[in-house]
Design a protein around this ligand. Structure first.
Ligand SMILES: Cc1ncc(COP(=O)(O)O)c(C=O)c1O
Length: 413
């Protein structure tokens, strides 16, 4: 049990409350979780994180996805430090931007060009701009609960009020091609600029669903039929499932794709990738940001993308994710607790039967946090290639205690 006093964390929370509205830290807010979670961290290394009070955790959230080859990965940090010594924010981008665009267009088979921003919202928005400028149309069709960034066109909660979705956004149900056709009809096929897809269904608060290859092919065909862009949001899953775009193994190529989170192993970077048909369109769009061309994240990204392949990271994440999934399945059976583990093992999701209000999940993850594993009750977790067998075994020790806590609070199923 992680029983160190939590004075520094508590003190920082109190100070933050006075100067940060609502003490909010967005999706990283520990307030919505069990009190066993720390809010503030001191340092990270490999797959581990230490909070400001010195408690040690295995991070199964990878900071909500950005860390993929390990915190403080030697080659990534060397590349970032070497670039930092030369400059980061400069009057223009460094050579790393061109190198990175060349590398991404080599790795991702639908991509002929790359444009960069700071985060996933920039990347998904750049894709929308490319689609609108190229097609001369406005509407966008996306899956029912999917999240493509915080700005209003894709975020039902953008103004703090639910239900005020952008009027040019139309929703479908993932893996249901008829519902995509219905959303397109509602939007008017001649006005659809883009259909957004994610590599698999990974909506927070829902079980995950792998894509049906027929759905992937059907959406591709529908985009071709109506002249809309197929946009793949790779922000969450990119480079965890495949070294290129996530649907390449299915033989389905999007027209545009949005990347961020893991592409620079934690350095702030987003990228929109596209095919030649969208090159003229995106050139007409005015899109920029004060820090978009920083050189350090781009140098870190080049090193990350090389490390991913050189270190066989996808297979390593798969192996670690399988160890975790099998261990959890065994424990659930031992404790007679009914669970669902869904999605790819590299980006796993755990839910409990009859747990609409996430009470069991909160108890489970709170207990795991108390025993040194950072999980999340409503959001998928992330594996990295730095998660060793020892890390996973440590997590499994924590989940064993967590299952016992769930059974004692809620009974067996
Ligand atoms: C699938 C997906 N798209 C877009 C975004 C937005 O990315 P960012 O938070 O970096 O703006 C996220 C963030 O979690 C995401 O998961």
């Amino acid at each position: 049990m992680n029983s160190v006093a939590r004075e520094r964390d508590q003190n920082l929370r109190e100070r933050a409350d006075r100067v940060i509205p609502g003490g909010m830290y967005g999706h990283l807010s520990a307030r919505r979780l069990s009190p066993h979670y720390p809010q503030f961290y001191e340092r990270v290394q490999g797959a581990r994180a230490w909070d400001v009070d010195g408690r040690e955790f295995v991070d199964m959230m990878c900071s909500f996805g950005p860390m993929i080859v390990g915190y403080q990965h030697e080659k990534v940090e060397q590349a970032a430090s070497a670039q930092r010594e030369r400059g980061d924010t400069q009057p223009g981008p460094g050579p790393a931007m061109v190198e990175l665009a060349e590398l991404l267009t080599e790795r991702v088979d639908h991509a002929d060009w790359a444009m960069f921003g700071k985060n996933g919202s920039d990347a998904t928005r750049l894709c929308l701009s490319a689609a609108r400028a190229t097609t001369g149309r406005r509407s966008v069709v996306m899956s029912e609960f999917s999240y493509h960034g915080w700005s209003a066109w894709s975020n039902k909660f953008a103004d703090g009020q639910p239900g005020h979705a952008d009027p040019e956004t139309f929703r479908y149900t993932f893996n249901d091609l008829d519902s995509v056709r219905a959303a397109v009809a509602q939007a008017d096929p001649e006005n659809v600029a883009a259909i957004y897809v994610s590599p698999f269904r990974h909506d927070a608060g829902h079980d995950q669903e792998l894509v049906d290859p027929e759905f992937a092919k059907g959406v591709r065909a529908l985009c071709d039929e109506i002249g809309a862009a197929l946009v793949m949001d790779e922000v969450r899953a990119g480079f965890r499932l495949n070294h290129g775009s996530s649907w390449e193994p299915l033989g389905v190529k999007p027209d545009l794709s949005a990347w961020s989170k893991a592409i620079a192993n934690g350095y702030p970077l987003g990228a929109a990738l596209g095919g030649d048909r969208f090159r003229d369109g995106i050139q007409q769009v005015f899109a920029t940001g004060s820090f978009w061309y920083q050189a350090v994240p781009m140098a870190a990204s080049v090193a990350t993308i090389h490390a991913l392949k050189d270190e066989n990271a996808v297979a390593t994440m798969e192996a670690a994710g399988t160890r975790l999934r099998e261990g959890i399945a065994k424990q659930a059976e031992q404790y007679s607790v009914d669970i669902s583990q869904t999605g790819p093992v590299q980006i796993p999701n755990l839910s409990f039967a009859g747990d609409a209000e996430f009470k069991k999940a909160m108890t489970f993850c709170g207990e795991a946090a108390a025993h040194g594993a950072i999980l999340h009750p409503r959001h998928n977790w992330f594996l990295s290639s730095a998660h060793t067998d020892a890390d996973i075994d440590h997590v499994l020790e924590a989940t064993d205690t967590a299952f016992r806590a769930v059974r004692s609070a809620f009974g067996s199923d």
